[in-house]
Design a protein around this ligand. Sequence first.
Ligand code: 3BY
Ligand code: FES
Ligand code: FE
Length: 415
Amino acid sequence: MSQAPVNIRELLDRRKVGYSLEAPFYNSQEVFDADMKHIFGKHWMYVGVEPDVPEAGDYMTVQIGNQPILIIRDDDGEVRAFHNVCRHRGSRVCTHDKGSTGNLVCPYHQWTYNLEGKLLFAEHMGEDFDPSKHRLKPVHLKNVAGLLFICLADNPPEDFQELVDTMTPYIAPHQIANTKIAAQIDIIEEGNWKLTMENNRECYHCTGNHPELTISLYAYSYGFAPSAETDEGMKQYEEMVKERHAKWEACGLPSAEVDCLDTKISGFRTMRMPLDKEGQSQTLSTESACKKLLADFGDAAIGGLSFWTQPNSWHHFMADHIVTFSVIPLSADKTLVRTKWLVNKDAVEGVDYTVENLTAVWNATNSQDRFLVEESHKGSKSPEYQPGPYSPYTETLVEKFSNWYINRMKTLIGD
Ligand code: 3BY
Ligand code: FES
Ligand code: FE
């Protein structure tokens, strides 16, 4: 933690465009508290997938700063979110990461809520007690073709609907509701969440650090080819993308790039990109990791649809599996990165796929990224750290993240 008091307004105002952020953005408690209040408290966040709660009564819990949240599928099959805080004396109602229940029974005095949050039972409360005034408090939730986003604000950003409308046709063909979670791995990075996000938004570091990931990624698609703009190979790559997009779009798979990472409150980017070699999946062989595809795509070589959101997620959808990442800040210098691998729910482990092969690339990549984030975090604490320039070729999306963050904070924090 930095010792001197931090003037966030001043820091925001003097941020130099095209440069990494000043140290207090990564290290100070004040900025962390402001991030939780304004970024994680007022924007849509990605927290899980429909297969986290496949059946009525299935629930998962997630902690956002000091707010325990409960996500549950009700009897009509709708996924809902609530504050996981009992309306009696505030105990958490669901105490496990995941579970399944008929009603929600608080462990303290057994106040009992139904799956819509209605209080059904509260013993010894007297005649004047009105159960209808003691429902679980709802949290805004949007199900984007199977990806679950929540927003803790009373009035969530309305432009999220544009993300929903744009992304639904891209994601829907991968049929998330028809998948199961084949693996989930949580890692805790000893670093600020913004370093995790910045790291995700560039592949400048990929050649030097990700031998497994770069087997399937085209250097050009992630801008880690040398001088991408002038390179002859870039032109050839762009021609190939044009052809593949035409082919995939003709099969009902939207593929074109959409980028509003720093032009919308609910900033996002998407594009379907060819993969190298067999072109089927982000695996060590680039062939499908799961024999049963997510849907009837005809051909498994449909590349990878990538989807990135501000402030806290990225996702890759292939023909055979989906890998999806949610970033949750734990403290100024600790961040949870939750990765889930989804396959067709009828796929059989050991027959159609192995978890080892399915997770090999991103397991390795995540631990390499954890090292990179932790090293940047350590360096950012030095009094000699100063913001350094982003590459105009390979770090444009990092700038979009930082730009989005700075502008959102400038708008939201009081003077
Ligand atoms: O997952 C992503 O978003 C990509 C792949 C590696 C780094 N990043 C740009
Ligand atoms: Fe939940 Fe008392 S705190 S029943
Ligand atoms: Fe990386």
